[in-house]
Write a protein that binds this ligand. Structure first.
Ligand code: IMP
Ligand code: MG
Length: 178
């Protein structure tokens, strides 16, 4: 099978710089908060695995990492409108400081659903969201991330954890299919 061409939109270096600057903001914000227990980082699989791995290496506060697998997409590039959450099992996170790490906020359904679920289940002390990419113009649910790597327009990016039909997640950069 021949590899398809991908045009680079955000290079490895650009991503590295964005991740560093997000970590700096996060470190700064959380050092002003009274944190008694490790921050609970919840990474949304599969798309956020690379971003999570790079970001948490730069977080200077004690943390605990949890994973959930959830999405509002099928294998197509258009949101199915339904939430798919086959692996939503978390330990008791009542009263904890929680930071969700997501690859991209598009319609906002995934993060909207997850935030509501966490608030209802655990009444966390604080709940913040860090996303690598944000597509404001596609929003259908009123959610905002606290930390955003890049604000992007209405085009479909792959690489650095993001896929189209499970392809291109391994690429070290973000790009568009040609
Ligand atoms: P939302 O629930 O519509 O906000 O969708 C978020 C999910 O859609 C992400 O976790 C991605 O899996 C997927 N998604 C949205 N836009 C893109 C994109 O440009 N590239 C790859 N995946 C995307
Ligand atoms: Mg996907």
């Amino acid at each position: 099978m021949k590899a398809k061409k991908i045009k680079v939109v955000y290079s490895e270096l650009k991503i590295k710089k964005a991740v560093s600057s997000l970590a700096k903001k996060i470190n700064n914000d959380y050092s002003k908060k009274k944190i008694t227990k490790p921050i609970v980082v919840i990474s949304v699989l599969k798309g956020a695995f690379m971003f999570t791995s790079d970001l948490i290496k730069r977080i200077e506060h004690p943390l605990q990492i949890e994973f959930v697998r959830i999405s509002s997409y099928g294998s197509k590039e258009v949101s199915s409108g339904k939430i798919d959450a086959p692996m939503l099992t978390l330990p008791d996170l009542s009263g904890r400081d929680i930071l969700i790490i997501e690859d991209i906020i598009d319609s906002g359904r995934t993060i909207g659903f997850l935030k509501e679920y966490i608030v209802t289940q655990y009444k966390p002390k604080s709940l913040r969201v860090a996303c690598l990419l944000n597509k404001d113009e596609r929003r259908e649910v009123n959610v905002k991330a606290d930390y955003v790597g890049f604000n992007v327009g209405n085009y479909f990016l792959v690489g650095y954890g993001l896929d189209t039909a499970e392809k291109f997640r391994h690429l070290p950069f973000l790009g568009v299919e040609l």
